[in-house]
Design a protein around this ligand. Structure first.
Ligand code: ADP
Ligand code: MG
Length: 458
């Protein structure tokens, strides 16, 4: 059997267990072959391997059977001495993985609408309200009441993992429960684009337009995605206007304020601003603790009741300040590990399981600091690190700064790009790769990186 068959099977597994579980467990596996009824995988750690074997063996075998690659047994080895210190399933340290335990109950609402499934856990009931998100929550509540449209659109923005998608799903759930006949369409801007391109290809643009203009409530998540995508923006703009004209509610989210979305047409930006624009602020300690307490209760349903030694949640709320997804990931890991080894969740377990996350949240280095230190180190001007000059004496230090920003902060490439004078994320990626490939052969560069790292982390 080849990898492609496994990928098909994996796809089926993804659909049946949901993205979050998939990412945490199955996507960690490296397919190593199927022979005489035994399918083999490598896992990054014994912990992941054991967990997958215990919980997903049947699913894996069934999915393989369905793609015509029947097997009777799953064997998983921890790959090539890669056992890490922490029995880490995901890699929340870089803010990517977001393991979550409760299986997502999913509903699609109106089956005729091309929307994305709603996550059953994203409801107002389990949205913890605190100072940083109170306004966004109140506005979302208001929209969910579906009274007369008072602000259109509702524009929610904020950093990764602060609850934008959660609130949007909550609105959709609430509306559908109260008024089943309402046509509520939720989708990501990426899906909007995908459908539009598909319609163009299949010459069904009129159907597309008709459909999108027929909904009562349109919710588009992560609208920054269509920045720079001209024809999609154009279509979005027309859909948007048509709905506003008919007094239909629109809810939009983005990772930044409308005015800050680059490569977005001015007329669209100003349209986006003409309703209510609210931001979700970074979480504070109380909110994080509230969220942890609530999640701990929920996780007990999945993993069984676990003893959490007092002080542990407080410690996590204090230390993990990046985003809620990382916080959840940390708690998932603790529950998974504690249930596996039958231990209480105490500070020892925290140190063992979360070493990487804790280390990452220790280094609260900012991109600005990195730029400043790099400029100093190479004797160039800070303005030049950020600016457009292309000569090598400046470009190389700039790439070093990009590389360190990626390594030492949890900023995404687009976020880093913005801090480098609005460069595109591909430019940042190029810079990061460049340094990554050079540092193996260039001793001086490797030393520079070490020195800068130490300076920044001291
Ligand atoms: P965003 O869309 O802003 O990136 P999400 O809505 O996907 O963030 O939230 C990330 C995770 O954090 C989700 O699992 C969500 O349920 C959880 N979360 C975020 N804020 C809260 C909150 N205030 N209360 C409970 N869970 C939250
Ligand atoms: Mg989101």
């Amino acid at each position: 059997m080849n990898n492609a068959l496994w990928e098909q099977a994996a796809d089926e597994i993804r659909r049946s267990i949901g993205d979050n579980h998939f990412r945490t467990w199955i996507s960690q596996l490296e397919f190593a072959g199927l022979e005489s009824g035994v399918v083999r995988f490598h896992a990054p750690t014994n912990f992941v391997g054991d967990w997958v074997k215990r919980n997903y063996t049947d699913r894996i075998l069934r999915a393989l059977g369905n793609v015509g690659a029947a097997a009777e047994r799953v064997e998983i080895s921890a790959s090539r001495g890669a056992e890490r210190a922490a029995p880490a399933p995901g890699r929340p340290a870089n803010g990517k993985a977001d393991p979550e335990p409760a299986p997502a109950r999913v509903a699609t609402g109106d089956p005729d609408l091309p929307g994305a499934p709603l996550d059953g856990r994203f409801r107002f009931d389990n949205f913890v309200v605190g100072k940083p998100n109170a306004l966004a929550h109140a506005a979302a509540r208001r929209v969910a009441e579906a009274g007369p449209v008072t602000f259109n659109p509702l524009f929610l923005y904020g950093g990764v993992g602060l609850g934008k998608t959660h609130l949007m799903h909550a609105i959709a759930w609430e509306l559908q429960a109260a008024q089943p006949e309402l046509r509520v369409l939720y989708l990501s801007a990426e899906q909007f684009m995908y459908r539009f391109v598909q319609a163009l290809r299949d010459k069904q643009v009129m159907d597309f337009k008709g459909l999108f203009r027929s909904v009562d409530v349109l919710m588009v998540d992560d609208v920054q995605f269509i920045a720079g995508k001209e024809s999609t923006q154009e279509e979005f703009f027309h859909t948007f206007n048509a709905l506003v004209d008919q007094n239909r509610q629109i809810v939009i989210s983005a990772d930044r304020a409308p005015g800050e979305i680059q490569n977005m047409e001015e007329r669209i930006r100003s349209r986006l601003q003409c309703g209510l624009v609210v931001d979700l602020h970074p979480t504070d300690y109380e909110l994080r603790l509230g969220i942890l307490q609530q999640k701990a209760e929920q996780y007990a349903d999945t993993y069984g009741k676990m003893t959490i030694v007092s002080g542990v949640l407080e410690f996590l709320a204090h230390r993990i300040t990046t985003n809620v997804r990382v916080l959840e990931g940390a708690l998932t890991r603790l529950f998974a590990f504690a249930s596996l080894v039958g231990r209480a969740i105490d500070m020892d377990l925290v140190q063992e399981c979360l070493a990487d996350i804790l280390r990452a949240s220790e280094q609260r280095v900012t991109v600005e600091e990195i730029q400043r230190k790099v400029a100093e180190h190479y004797n160039v001007r800070l303005a030049d690190i950020i600016g457009p000059k292309r000569m090598r004496t400046i470009a190389r230090p700039r790439q070093v700064a990009m590389y360190l920003s990626k390594e030492l902060t949890s900023r995404s490439l687009p976020e880093i790009g913005r801090r480098f004078g609005g460069r595109d994320h591909t430019t940042i990626m190029h810079g990061v790769r460049k340094i990554d490939s050079l540092r193996g052969s260039d001793r001086q560069l490797a030393e520079d990186l070490d020195l800068l790292r130490r300076l920044l982390q001291s």
